[in-house]
Design a protein around this ligand. Sequence first.
Ligand code: HEC
Length: 180
Amino acid sequence: MNLIRTMSSMFCLVGLALSPVDRAALAAEGKSPPTVASPAQPSAAAEAVDTRTALRLTAMMAEHQKSNMRDHLAAVQEIVAAIAANDMPAVERATLRIGHSDAMAQMCQHMGSATPGFTEKALGFHRTAGTITAAAQRGDRTGVNSALAATLRTCVECHAAYRQEVVDEPTWRRLSTAGH
Ligand code: HEC
């Protein structure tokens, strides 16, 4: 927890070190530069410049979600390597890590339970990833490529829409529809 706080305040310091160019860009967008964040709101400076919808998570959930994300990227890397080797069974194996499953759906439900709309986007991503598996099973390399492109589009769309916001446990419980 202390480490997370330290890292957050380091991030703030980086965020505050705005160049004149950054400040001009913010002014052009009609935004004011971030002010010094109080220790109670360690990510206020970052939030001031990032206008995406907040995906509200506890610190533990945030770490878990980012770790899932890094695994998604590793799965995509394996898929691309398998396509390059024209190895459709390997494509199929790699997609199972990002395809739809009951366990995956449950986790997305949990991650999105304090943020309307997030779970639907996440489930759409996993369903699209399932179309890569289906194409690989047919031995359809062109189909695999276009299904991969459609899947990556869902990654891009979600990243454009949401950013993480760490909240404390009571706040998350209050916002969550999960009934905890
Ligand atoms: C439903 C939404 C959603 C989808 C779909 C999604 N992500 Fe993410 N991802 C996020 C959010 C939210 C973050 C945190 C971003 C932030 O706070 O700036 C993130 C962060 C990441 C990170 C950074 C992890 C870290 O350690 O900081 C990686 C890498 C990543 N995503 C890869 C992917 C890849 C690859 C895909 C698709 C195969 C994908 N994501 C699909 C929501 C999503």
